[in-house]
Design a protein around this ligand. Structure first.
Ligand SMILES: [Zn+2]
Length: 211
């Protein structure tokens, strides 16, 4: 836990990120991928030291305001920013930070999309995809490219989950399924991460529909 006040970040930076996260969360809620208060979205607001703005815990993701944002460090721990009301981050923020650190992504999306959970249950060793145009949407090839979306076990321990993520993740594939839970996907910014999430969810639906 950091008790010191962060001076590198301004409230404007944090709340501008919060506004962008709220817009994305509303969109994903519209897709039905953030039911109840599930799911979270984050954006890297500082790389050194690593700081993420992440949607605050326990809120309806379809109704977020710019101020409904928490700031966390590399282990998902709350970081105080002067002028920013400290809100509680989701425990899952720890995995967001791990994903951002490991992959270099500047935006991470976590949704409880049904197709991700069903595909993870059907193919616990990973979901194999090939020869479909939408693979280009996640930076892979439409033909002759064998793509596996890794599936890792679920855990409430974010350190353990992060270790499994690190062991399973393929730098060429910007998504990982957490079994019996949901999907993590990432990109160079929020829009890219959204496009990746949309395409991965479509690919998982396609795999299930054509299996
Ligand atoms: Zn979750």
């Amino acid at each position: 836990m950091s008790s010191s006040i962060e001076i590198a970040l301004t409230p404007e930076q944090v709340y501008e990120a919060g506004g962008r996260l709220a817009v994305e969360a509303a969109r994903f809620t519209g897709y039905g991928w953030m039911r109840g208060t599930s799911g979270n979205i984050s954006e890297v607001v500082s790389r050194e030291p690593l700081r993420l703005a992440v949607t605050a815990s326990g809120l309806d993701k379809g109704e977020l305001r710019a101020a409904d944002v928490a700031v966390v460090g590399p282990r998902g721990e709350s970081v105080a920013v002067e002028g920013v009301e400290p809100l509680r981050p989701s425990a899952e923020a720890g995995l967001h930070a791990r994903v951002a650190a490991l992959t270099g992504a500047d935006a991470v999306v976590h949704v409880h999309a049904l197709n991700a959970v069903v595909a993870g249950r059907r193919w616990p060793g990973g979901v194999l995809l090939r020869d479909v145009e939408t693979l280009k949407g996640i930076g892979r090839l439409a033909h002759d490219d064998e793509v596996t979306v890794p599936v890792i076990r679920n855990s409430q321990d974010m350190g353990e989950l992060g270790d499994w993520f690190e062991a399973a993740y393929d730098p060429r594939t910007p998504a990982v399924i957490v079994a019996d839970h949901g999907l993590y996907a990432w990109g160079t910014d929020l829009k890219h991460a959204r496009h990746v999430t949309e395409c991965v969810e479509w690919l998982l639906a396609y795999a299930l529909a054509t299996a």
